[in-house]
Ligand binder design. Structure first.
Ligand SMILES: Nc1ncnc2[nH]cnc12
Ligand SMILES: [Zn+2]
Length: 337
């Protein structure tokens, strides 16, 4: 039985969120508002109909709906509103810092300039810091179902903003699009001083996780679930102290795990992996970051000490300067004492 005191404890626990696609925080209510504001047709009659459509059997099922939803985002104000809405919601979950992904190609490929996307998000992030005190960083993700040239073109487009972008990531359809396809663009990003992260081992095999480490030279791993199939890989991740951004509600909704009671996070912790908990695409998967902590407390028996460890890991694995990390970890420890 779950300890009933864990819910309020999780609610107030200071934490960072390190795996959040800003386009995946587009709630149906805002989708409708933006569709009306921008006169964009959406194939739904009501907010309830949108939510009812959110039933997925795999990653691709979800991605098809997620890219369609992003069609309502057209102006700088839209991206500002999207970001601010996410930070207000996550501040209510005691998120103190977030490193958020955006998918520029989803927008530039439909004619929305990179500048509109980046400036809109950055202004929403600045407004959220002023209003909620939540700090944030932006991570530019390349869509892996597109080719290497398109990724290079996106990196080029981003050049004027690189002082406000902390790193690059790799997302979208994993199987059939191995990390090796993006080795050169990740090398270029590294030479520009950008951090590197990649989705790996969500649906793809352990070999993709090895490639993300050895070819993309990642600083942090997104998901990484299937690493658990390969003991040598687990040992490597543990010895390097690699942070994994794990997303249980996403894993359940996308059928990466059948039952949250069998989620690998407790075993990952037991193996000494530096795991964090995150919401991925909260508007589509039914919960923000605290719902992910709570789901594993309720269904996988995550203990109070494990919850504190995960929150510490979230700051430790962030791209904040070391002094800021230490200050925020001290906040977690003071809260838990
Ligand atoms: N969970 C996920 N995996 C891959 N690409 C994504 N884009 C948004 N969410 C994603
Ligand atoms: Zn993701």
């Amino acid at each position: 039985m779950t300890d009933a005191t864990l819910a309020p404890f999780i609610a107030g626990l200071p934490k960072a969120e390190l795996h959040l696609h800003i386009e995946g925080s587009l709630e149906p209510e805002l989708m409708f508002e933006l569709a009306r504001r921008n006169r964009v047709d959406i194939p739904f009659d009501s907010v309830e109909a949108v939510r009812a459509a959110y039933s997925f059997s795999n990653l691709q099922d979800f991605l098809d709906i997620y890219y369609a939803g992003a069609n309502v985002l057209l102006t700088e104000q839209d991206f500002h509103d999207l970001a601010l809405a996410y930070f207000r919601r996550s501040a209510a979950d005691s998120v103190r810092h977030a490193e958020i992904f955006f998918d520029p190609q989803t927008h530039t490929d439909r004619g929305v300039p990179f500048q509109v996307v980046a400036d809109g998000l950055l202004s929403g992030m600045a407004a959220a810091e002023a209003e909620q005190g939540v700090t944030s960083r932006l991570i530019l993700c390349f869509l892996r179902h597109l080719d290497e040239d398109a990724a290079f073109a996106t990196l080029k487009m981003a050049e004027p903003w690189l002082d406000r972008i902390i790193g690059v990531g790799l997302d979208s359809s994993e199987v059939g699009h191995p990390p090796s396809k993006f080795q050169r663009v990740f090398d270029a990003a590294g030479s520009l001083g950008l951090k590197r992260v990649a989705h790996a081992g969500e649906e793809g095999p352990p070999d993709y996780v090895w490639q993300a480490l050895d070819l993309l030279k990642i600083d942090r791993m997104d998901h990484g679930n299937r690493s658990m199939e390969d003991p040598a890989l687990v040992a490597r991740l543990a010895s390097e102290g690699m942070t994994l951004t794990v997303c249980p509600l996403s894993n359940h909704k996308l059928c990466v795990v059948d039952d949250l009671a069998d989620h690998p996070l407790p075993s990952m912790l037991a193996e000494g992996l530096h795991v964090t908990l995150n919401s991925d695409d909260p508007a589509y998967f039914g919960g923000y970051v605290n719902a992910n902590y709570q789901a594993l407390a309720d269904q996988a028996g995550l203990t109070r000490d494990q919850i504190v460890q995960v929150a510490v890991n979230s700051f430790e694995g962030s791209f904040l300067p070391e002094a800021d990390k230490a200050a925020r970890i001290a906040e977690v420890q003071a809260y838990a004492a």
